[in-house]
Design a protein around this ligand. Sequence first.
Ligand code: CA
Length: 505
Amino acid sequence: MKKRILAMLLVAVMLSGCSATKQTGSKENELTMFMHFFGYCVYDEDWPIFKKASELTGVKIIGTASESISDSSQAWNTMIASKVLPDIIHSTYSNLSDLADMGGLIPLEDLIEKYAPNVAKFFEECPEAKRDATADDGHIYFIPGSLSGIDRDALPSKGWFIRTDWLEKLHLEAPKNVDEMYNVLKAFKTKDPNGNGLQDEIPYFARQEGIQDLYQLFGAEYTWHEDKNGNLVYGKTEEEFRNAIRQISKWFKEGLIDSEIYSRGQQAREQLLSSNTGGMTHDWFSSTGKYADTYAKNINGFKWEAILPPADINGVVKEVASRSILHGLGWGISKDNKKIEETMKYFDFWMSEQGRELLAYGIEGVHHKVVNGEKVFTDEVLNAKDGVPTYMRNQGQVEIGSVGSIDAELAGMNEIARKGFLAYDEGGFVRKQFNAPTFTEAENDAKKDKWNNITTYISEIEQKCVLGIEDIDAVWDTYIKTLKDMGIDEVTEIYNTAYKRQNNY
Ligand code: CA
């Protein structure tokens, strides 16, 4: 009896298997893929965007990375240690380059020419992508991509947001330079713009990276940048940084900066805007602009808007926070892939108009609808609790070898966010992001420990000086000497060697 039921079940399974085969393509069109990045983004077969792609291409992607591993480099190491590599390998440039060096990826340029006209077109449209993807040996081992389109140099990411109703109440204008910004923050602190009779306002706050975004006001750099001779210098070793810390610690002492700036964390905007105490921040347009709607309902007069960047102390109006057009991840074909042609065609689909639209807007009727010829996200997407980008990511809008679009990104923003984003974009304030050079393994080994110790030490001094535990001018000479003892000169040389090699290539 049991046997018969089992046999019947098997037949049923086989039958349904057959019909499924006819509808969705044969099992030959399954490809395995490794995708595990940012520590949390792991390929999921249920992502609707990838399911749709499978419908359109006849290729089903089977993920090989485990979601139970939360460390992407651990997942990567497990994968490259396996005997047979997955067909498609998705990862960061540096991982992919390492794997190519070890012979784990196959060269793509002939395959692109043969099977992938849209990928070929992409490399023509975006020389930067071709440069990034071309290895030292002249071969292309992976296909990079962009979530936002490739028709500019840099994209806005963050901007200055302020309580414009407080400005109006105090008869102040949006600050146009550092002195005016100081005055505005001072007035927020001392003149009770929330009207509760208490000096409980927190003029400047930030949810991540602490005070880092304030450095640009003082003409200081917080990472590597080119000096006037074209050499790379680390910003936090320069006099401009010393001055920035000097000024910022003064602001901190006067209560213009959140006293919990280093510890408040990701919820800073919700906490301080909902309690009607936060005055100004510098953060991502899309998610920050959203609060204009969120709290307008509960807080009388609440107006929260982006303003143009105040000029820095040298009179330069700029925004240093930006995004590269390329997202820095890509995918390639492993040495063990037996379906190279299908894989290349699958890659090509994602670079086609249809593939790009699918990535940018998701599925019609599910994620967007077309109104007067324009794609509009559905209410479910627009009202998603964690914001549109996070929602769409969980639908499969991830950093693959495809190209999204700025229009789609703008379609996911509210009016305040969109207005701010466009003002920064059209004003040309956004500075092109510095791209760290790619290091050889020997260079990495030589700098890694030194650099980790150095950055830890710098953060410690930085924080102590801002909080007033130490005085930047009192510790400066010791600070610079300690950095030298820790090997900053050697690290700087390694950066410059790699940078010049990359740029002369
Ligand atoms: Ca108050």
